[in-house]
Design a protein around this ligand. Structure first.
Ligand SMILES: [Zn+2]
Length: 119
């Protein structure tokens, strides 16, 4: 595998799956066949070209777009849970099931508010 030619050829690609697959194959080749270490692979010219192409296909997100994407991933990954009363997102350890309706997940503040209502 000529990783330099692969990196040049992929610059016209439009398929993210294909480009990311090539990145995987090139990294494995550099590791197994050329016996390069982690830092050498990360800084390799072919890797830089392929990573740049992936960024290109992703629309080159700026810091704001990255921040929004990060927030979305945190929520979708389940690290944050939405309180069903106030609608805010909280870390798992700050959300608990409502005492009288265990399926309802609430933040501490809303949970206490509901409990006061029950009292
Ligand atoms: Zn709440």
């Amino acid at each position: 595998m000529n990783v330099y030619q692969e990196a040049l050829d992929v610059q016209d690609a439009v398929n993210l799956t294909a480009v990311s697959g090539l990145l995987n194959r090139v990294c494995k080749h550099l590791l197994r066949e050329e016996k390069l270490g982690t830092d050498a692979i990360r800084g390799h010219a072919a890797v830089t070209m392929i990573v740049d192409k992936i960024l290109d296909l992703n629309g080159r997100p700026n810091a704001q777009a990255f921040g929004h994407a990060h927030d979305t991933c945190v929520v979708k990954a389940g690290e944050l849970i939405r309180c069903e009363d106030c609608g805010e997102h909280f870390p798992k350890d700050q959300i608990r099931p409502y005492k009288f309706e265990p399926d309802v997940k609430l933040c501490d503040g809303c949970h206490d508010q509901r409990m006061e209502g029950e009292g």
